[in-house]
Design a binder for this molecule. Structure first.
Ligand code: GLU
Length: 470
């Protein structure tokens, strides 16, 4: 049975890169009929918060990443303590009494010499008596893992291939801090082993940690899982995707009106593509069907917000059914203060306008003419006003619709009549109407507005405009 896990630390909002890691782990488990575990890595009690944990869970649920098992590391300290003691008993770990001052001096020295820092190993050679005495004196201590000298730790990464790291590059590392809390490299092994994780899928920033973890697996007699380290995600300037590139958290995109299906689809294609497919839009079920780690690119992927936006637009225009789109857009419209109580009206509006916006937030702007009669004229619209005979056009329009039904066909006919009678350009007629009805020069087609808006509202807005410019 294939078992994967996603192991976020609740020290910030879910980042797009981590969301992609979660998606790949999820898809790999589902593709193979395996289990997907969510594990909250909150051993750093100072930086982890419940609020971030809550947000993480919300984002994962929103993305549709349902998990089969859930764990929280802060609830498992007893287990970690037991395994740390075991390592000490077996001679694979030892207490280290070096003070932080001593250690930072060692570190400074290494830096001056320009060599990578490695713990000196001073406490590795303490006798049992010395340890007893120091413990008795109440001196605080950490537990360090004893790393064999000058050995190569080798593993076959499922994405990066053969990796070999010399143990002299890192030296003895801390597994239990002096306050008794365990460190990441240690707990991750205990958990992955006890939870039966077969495939560790995570960001490539964890490659240097992997040999440390492999040594612990071996010391504790656990099976070593397979590793798949995902290449980083870059911004368009080819530097690592970070806050400098703007919105990078899932929360941001959720709030900006991106759809979970679109973000899921997009992130999935960020560094992975199914062979022989050549298309870009996939349902979650198709992705589960197609996903394989062997098709993950070895080189970093570049995140393009434009492309994500485009894909979101496709989901809005073509993929979501109208009911679903309605459900998704309602919170955004009501947040903007629109009256969304008439679902039928809203549905009609959406049906005719869904191809004019790419995010749910943009829908707020686009749909404004259908929900508010009060709007300011944009500066651009005012400048247009000086050039055309808006007044004549609008009065003529008002006159002409008096005894006629108003719909997308009649508005086109009327526009043509006005054009002829007043010798004005088609553009002048449409701009005048658009400005009167929406306050803007761009947006949803005037014909659609005339089709959907009650005639009294159209008349009222035109009259209001005439008063303004009289
Ligand atoms: N908590 C670690 C992180 O957020 C997990 C790394 C791992 O998957 O082993 O980077």
């Amino acid at each position: 049975m294939i078992v994967t896990r996603f192991a976020p630390s609740p020290t910030g909002y879910l980042h797009l890169g981590n969301a992609r890691t979660a998606i790949f782990s999820y898809l790999f488990a589902r593709h193979n009929g395996g289990r997907f575990i969510l594990r909250i890595e909150d051993t750093d009690l100072e930086r982890s918060t419940k609020e971030y944990e809550k947000m993480l869970l919300e984002d994962l649920v929103w993305l549709g990443l349902e998990w089969d098992e859930f764990y929280r590391q802060s609830e498992r300290f007893d287990i970690y303590r037991k395994y740390a003691e075991k390592l000490v008993e077996m001679g694979h770990a030892y207490p280290c009494f070096c003070s932080s001052e001593e250690l930072s001096m060692e570190r400074d020295l290494a830096e001056k010499k320009g060599i990578p820092y490695r713990y000196s190993g001073k406490c590795r050679v303490l006798s049992a008596d010395e340890v007893k005495k120091l413990k008795g004196s109440g001196k605080p201590y950490t537990i360090r893992f004893k790393v064999p000298y000058s050995e190569y730790v080798v593993f076959e990464d499922l994405i990066k291939g053969h990796i070999s790291i010399n143990t002299d590059d890192f030296g003895d590392f801390v597994i239990i801090r002096s306050d008794g809390t365990p460190t990441y490299n240690f707990v991750v092994v205990v958990d992955d082993a006890l939870m039966g994780v077969t495939h560790v899928i995570r960001g490539e920033d964890h490659v240097p940690n992997t040999p440390k973890q492999i040594l612990i697996y071996k010391a504790l007699g656990f099976d070593v899982p397979k590793f798949a380290h995902l290449p980083v995600i870059l911004g368009e300037d080819r530097s690592k995707l970070s806050k400098r590139h703007g919105a990078v958290s899932v929360k941001n995109y959720r709030e900006e009106g991106y759809l979970p299906q679109a973000l899921f689809n997009y992130l999935c294609l960020l560094g992975w593509s199914p062979p022989k497919e050549g298309r870009e839009i996939y349902t979650k079920d198709e992705l589960i069907e197609l996903f394989d780690l062997k098709d993950v690119n070895t080189s970093p992927a570049v995140f393009s917000k434009e492309k994500l936006r485009w894909m979101n637009g496709i989901y809005i225009r073509q993929i979501l059914d109208l009911e679903e789109l309605l459900e998704k857009v309602i919170p955004f419209l009501s947040e903007a203060g629109y009256d969304v109580s008439n679902r039928d009206y809203l549905k009609k509006v959406l049906e005719r306008t869904r191809d004019s916006f790419e995010t749910l937030k943009d829908a707020v702007e686009r749909l404004r003419p259908f929900f508010t009669d009060d709007f300011e004229l944009s500066a651009e619209a005012w400048s247009e006003l000086e050039n055309v005979k808006v007044y004549n056009i609008l009065s003529s329009f008002l006159e002409k619709i008096k005894d006629r039904e108003l719909n997308s066909q009649s508005v086109k006919d009327i526009a043509r009549e006005i054009q002829k009678e007043l010798s004005v350009k088609a553009k002048d007629v449409w701009h005048s109407l658009r400005i009167a009805l929406t306050g803007e020069l761009q947006g949803v087609g005037v014909d659609i507005i005339c089709d959907l808006l009650p005639k009294e509202k159209v008349e009222m807005r035109i009259r209001k405009m005439l008063q303004k410019i009289a």
